[in-house]
Ligand binder design. Structure first.
Ligand code: ZN
Length: 412
């Protein structure tokens, strides 16, 4: 075995001993998983998949997801695409979960029924604990879903701020105020509504607020006030998707987060027209709010060089590898190699599965890939002689455990 492979394997073994913090999921209460039937589609379609890009029609996608169609029929829909997607990293997480949780090395005509049965048999209360705690050694997972309702101490919520900042009509504004039983006659009132919502979330255990790295237009208090008034007076029925009001309220979120000691978590990159999610949109915001801590997700893929420089230049920014390891292990390894050059080791968060309840199985696949990736990058440093193995293990431990605990003030 080559020296680098030995070192890499040894690092992976060390990391498998770590208890870890999962830095981003979309896991609601466990009943959202166990109340639904599961089968092979949960592994190979739910979560993330490349089937439509490989050519599956929207009609067949809908049928694949609709379990009123017989499993045999859905398997025949899926089968032609298997060899087109199997080498991608979304599928790799599925294959690892298939092996580690259900004991199958591959999926084929002979075993898809047995796989589906094994998955359904395991789909019972306790499945989160089995996968996340027993199989993955995850102490807790930061999770963003629709509500703060989480069961037990395994999940810790973050809340999405778009329902407050992204209001586009007077009806939505009135509705938000009504939910908090507060009056709303002007923009000042609405800011108070938003802060009251955040305080309520914090009391319910929320540790962070989630936003997106959109190209927010230039704004000012006057411009936001005027947009707000245009809705209140009926001069305008609906604001554009990205309005000066939205920009202004995002600034307020950053202030409110600092006042209440909450982290602002930020989606960047990857999805759809990813130009509209470029991490560089965050530069003016993070520079205006030095007392707000920003946890910037997904390595900014594909802009991982840019995000590295944001991490390097702003002390209030952390870089979070949630989702990245399954989007592309190759890109993520390159990102981490650069980040080691550029960013202090206390500013990087190693892992977030980014799965919903329907695909919680794949957390183990994603985590396995994260360990492999991190081991590959650190092993190179060890072999080139710029780091000892012990130092590498300490860095990996910071990324998987100390850094998220410190950033989010977790009591674990
Ligand atoms: Zn996510």
């Amino acid at each position: 075995m080559r020296k680098i492979d030995q070192v890499r394997t040894s690092l992976i073994r060390e990391m498998e001993q770590f208890e870890i913090i999962d830095c981003h999921e979309h896991l609601g209460p466990e009943r959202q998983r166990v109340d639904n039937k599961v089968d092979f589609v949960n592994l190979f379609f739910q979560g993330y998949n490349d089937l439509p890009i490989a050519g599956m029609s929207p009609e067949h996608v809908n049928q694949l997801l609709d379990d009123s169609y017989p499993l045999e029929y859905r398997w025949r829909l899926f089968r032609p695409y298997l060899d087109l997607i199997r080498y991608g990293s979304y599928a790799r997480a599925a294959f690892i979960a298939l092996r580690e949780l259900y004991g199958f090395d591959d999926i084929n005509d002979d075993n898809y029924l047995a796989i589906s049965e094994a998955m359904q048999a395991a789909n019972k209360p306790g499945i989160y604990n089995w996968i996340l705690r027993e199989k993955c050694n995850i102490r807790c997972a930061l999770t963003q879903c629709e509500s703060t309702e989480v069961d037990g101490d395994l999940l810790i919520p973050l809340m999405y701020v778009m329902p407050y900042c992204g209001v586009r009509t007077w009806e939505e504004i009135v509705q938000r105020a009504r939910e908090l039983q507060l009056p709303v006659n002007n923009l000042d009132d609405y800011e108070a509504v938003m802060e009251a919502a955040v305080v309520r979330w914090k009391n319910e255990g929320v540790v962070g607020l989630k936003m997106q790295s959109f190209p927010y237009p230039e704004t000012s208090r006057e411009m936001a006030w005027s947009a707000f008034e245009s809705l209140r007076t009926g001069r305008q029925q609906q604001l554009p998707e990205l309005s000066v009001l939205y920009s202004y309220l995002i600034e307020k979120v950053a202030e409110i987060a600092a006042r209440h000691d909450l982290v602002v978590a930020v989606h960047t990159g990857v999805w759809g027209d990813f130009r509209n999610l470029d991490c560089k949109h965050m530069i003016p915001i993070v520079s205006r709010h030095p007392n707000t801590r920003f946890d910037i997700y997904h390595a900014g893929i594909p802009a991982f060089h840019d995000i590295a420089l944001i991490g390097k230049n702003f002390a209030n920014v952390w870089l979070n590898l949630a989702w990245a390891h399954i989007v592309s292990p190759a890109m993520t390894r390159q990102a981490m190699a650069e980040w080691l050059d550029l960013v202090p080791v206390n500013k990087i968060l190693a892992f977030g599965g980014d799965y919903r309840p329907s695909a919680v199985d794949k957390v183990i696949g994603h985590l396995t890939m994260a360990r492999e990736n991190i081991a590959s990058v650190l092993a190179e440093r060890i072999v080139e002689g710029t780091m000892t193995e012990q130092q590498a293990v300490e860095i990996a431990h910071k990324w998987f455990w100390d850094n998220p605990i410190e950033l989010y003030g977790l009591e674990v």
